[in-house]
Ligand binder design. Structure first.
Ligand code: S3P
Length: 427
């Protein structure tokens, strides 16, 4: 799917599920590789980013079976990879694997696409070096050459709220002498901590400090169903919230409170969202969401809420184009180092559709409501930008073409079909 064409859609109705959570899918492979015994994981996301992690774990000697339904594999000793580990566009894969590999007794090389090579890696290289890791980077970027090293635990204050950095340090901590503490400035997603706890590890949280004990213990195998990705559900939610008369149910979505910022923001904007909790899976709260379309009003988004909605800010910008008033997103400078600079690219592409967006160093100001007009826009190789633009295409007059739409498969294979099932006009 190299391009995607969408037309203005009246409303969305029906029930869908979305593919498995990307963050949890990466972690299930990486932590499962260290488990003592056999893991069984269903609901795993088979998409560009997570398939890179699957390849990486296999190249470390772990025999992972994936039949399209279930991942079945035993953890164990990792072995020397025979070639460079290619992380494609997946920042999570590269940063978490760097933490895993820093304390091994063999060398490895982590590399990725040109897009990933542009993303900052000093944020993980610096704390890992403080632990004693021997990592050669490329001026703060990938490729990363990782050499054998004996690590020691540290107490590390994260300069930015980043789950990838926190997880890299905790993963390295599993192979370090002494305990490891990470202090975070904001509530970044805590899937690594929940999974480590579900696997029986000695890990504690006190306010914003997470400590992995010196002898964290063996990791019990994982048996879980990975919930649907709320970050993927977000596109469906916003589309339905912006199209009056819509009524959509999304079943079995992950509702981890470190991820639900968008639900709080949309509710403040006036969207009707009903949440029905179901069972926990691997320590992760799960449930169904129902959203009905209504008028939206502008809001201010800043601070911890930004951290809890960081991947949803591109689609929030689309919602803001339909809201009455001025939506101000601040404290979001991290958006500039995502797959692309998500402040300048989101503003640039939405402006082509007629949106009124002012770019700020740490966010955006969006005025609404505006009537969007369909034109050709590009994902610039960023899955979430591609999907945000597609939703804008459902709201815009005429036809919207999304170029480089293939990048959507990095996190949400079947995105267009899911929207079409709900009545979206897609060709
Ligand atoms: C992720 C953490 C976030 C998020 C990314 C996935 C993870 O990145 O934006 O999509 O799975 O740990 P940062 O850790 O850089 O904030």
């Amino acid at each position: 799917m190299n391009s995607l064409a969408l037309r203005r859609t009246k409303r969305l109705t029906g029930e869908v599920t979305v593919p498995g959570d990307k963050s949890i899918s990466h972690r299930a492979l990486i932590l499962g590789a260290l488990a003592q015994g056999g893991n069984r994981i269903s609901g795993w996301l088979a998409a560009g980013d997570t398939l890179a992690t699957l390849g990486a774990v296999r190249s470390l000697g772990i025999d992972v079976q994936w039949d399209g339904e279930e991942l079945v594999f035993s953890g164990g000793e990792l072995s020397t990879p025979t070639e460079a580990i290619h992380c494609a566009n997946a920042g999570t894969a590269m940063r978490l694997l760097a933490g895993l590999l820093a304390g091994q007794s063999f060398s490895s090389l982590l590399d990725g696409s040109d897009q990933l090579r542009r993303r900052p890696m000093s944020r993980i290289v610096s704390p890992l070096r403080q632990m004693g890791a021997a990592i050669e980077d490329t001026e703060g970027h990938a490729p990363l050459h990782i050499h054998p090293a004996q690590l020691s635990g540290i107490r590390y204050e994260l300069p930015v709220a980043s789950a990838q950095v926190k997880s890299a340090v905790l993963l390295a901590g599993l192979f370090a002498d002494g305990s490891t503490t990470v202090i975070e400035p904001g509530p970044s997603r805590d899937h690594t901590e929940r999974m480590l706890l579900a696997m029986g590890t000695a890990l504690h949280r006190h306010d914003r400090a997470i400590t992995l004990e010196s002898d964290a213990g063996e990791l019990a195998p994982l048996e879980m169903h990975i919930p649907g990705d709320l970050s993927s559900a977000a596109f469906v939610l916003v589309a339905a919230a912006c199209l009056p008369g819509s009524d959509v149910v999304i079943r079995k979505v992950g509702l981890n409170p470190t991820r639900t910022g968008l639900l709080d923001i949309l509710t403040r904007m006036g969207a009707q969202i009903e949440l029905t909790p179901s069972d926990e899976q691997g320590g992760e709260p799960t449930g169904d969401l129902r959203v009905t379309g209504n008028g939206l009003r502008a809001v201010q988004v800043q601070g911890d809420e930004v951290v809890r909605a960081i991947d949803e800010l591109p689609i929030l910008a689309v919602a803001a184009t339909q809201a009455h008033g001025e939506t101000v997103i601040s404290d979001a400078a991290e958006l500039r180092v995502k797959e692309v600079d998500r402040i300048s690219r989101v503003a640039g592409e939405l402006r082509k559709l007629g949106a009124e967006i002012e770019e700020k160093p740490d966010g955006m100001i969006i005025s609404g409501p505006t009537r969007l007009r369909g034109v050709a826009v590009s994902s610039h190789g960023d899955h979430r930008l591609g999907m945000a633009l597609a939703v804008a295409g459902l709201l815009a007059e005429g036809e919207t073409f999304i170029e480089q739409a293939h990048s959507i498969d990095d996190s949400f294979p079947g995105f267009a079909q899911t929207l079409a099932r709900l009545g979206a006009e897609i060709s």
